[in-house]
Ligand binder design. Structure first.
Ligand SMILES: [Fe+2]
Ligand SMILES: [Fe+2]
Length: 202
């Protein structure tokens, strides 16, 4: 890892006019650095996080999202019973959205210089949420609600972790979090519709 994090822009640009902003790295320095670091992809020397650690965290997020795709897909195809059609459609829609998260996270890992881990071996243990084993509609809804709530809590922590160190990853996680919150809300509404009473809020 090179150590060019604090460029002396005055000496590099040769002059410093009165209205320039001293805290911004001048364009020439940025371009030179970008050219030298082409091999680093989107990871520039101003990247504040530990890239290896970020990739490791995102591999766990990737596994979580893959497990969500698998669980929702299984539920969408196997749900039975009265009024299951609407619920199946909801499960299928969530499976598609989880698949979008899979792609976003995998692309981010790639941008950071890592190789997204799609290996089915050990997938469940890398994931924060569970695949589940529900066999009736209400149990399925409950499993999804629990999985969404785990993801929400986990992602909130990660958003705080990435903070200003890695705003690109943080913003991606924030967008994903909003969708997970919608998913949890959808599952909660379905549960109320099928059980006729609201779940106790923690
Ligand atoms: Fe997701
Ligand atoms: Fe979700």
């Amino acid at each position: 890892m090179e150590n060019r994090n604090v460029p002396d822009q005055r000496s590099k640009s040769g002059k410093q006019n009165g209205n320039s902003q001293p805290f911004l790295t001048d364009v020439k320095t940025l371009r030179e650095r970008a050219r030298q670091n082409m091999a680093g992809g989107s990871v520039t020397s101003s990247y504040g996080g530990e890239v290896g650690k970020s990739i490791e965290i995102l591999q766990a997020v990737l596994a979580t999202e893959i497990v969500c795709v698998l669980r929702y897909t299984m539920h969408a195809t196997t749900a039975t019973g009265l009024s299951s059609e609407g619920v199946k459609a909801e499960f299928a829609e969530h499976a598609r959205e989880e698949q979008e998260h899979v792609m976003e996270v995998a692309e981010r890992i790639n941008q950071l210089g890592g190789k997204p881990d799609f290996n089915p071996e050990g997938l469940a243990s890398r994931s924060a949420s569970e695949y589940g084993h529900a066999d009736d509609l209400v149990e399925m809804i409950k499993e999804n609600l629990v999985a969404e709530r785990i993801a929400i809590e986990h992602y909130q922590e990660l958003i705080r972790y990435f903070g200003d160190k890695d705003p690109g990853t943080r913003v991606m996680m924030e967008k994903i979090l909003v969708v997970e919150e919608e998913h949890a809300n959808d599952m909660h509404d379905l549960l109320v519709a099928h059980e006729g009473k609201p779940m106790l809020k923690r």
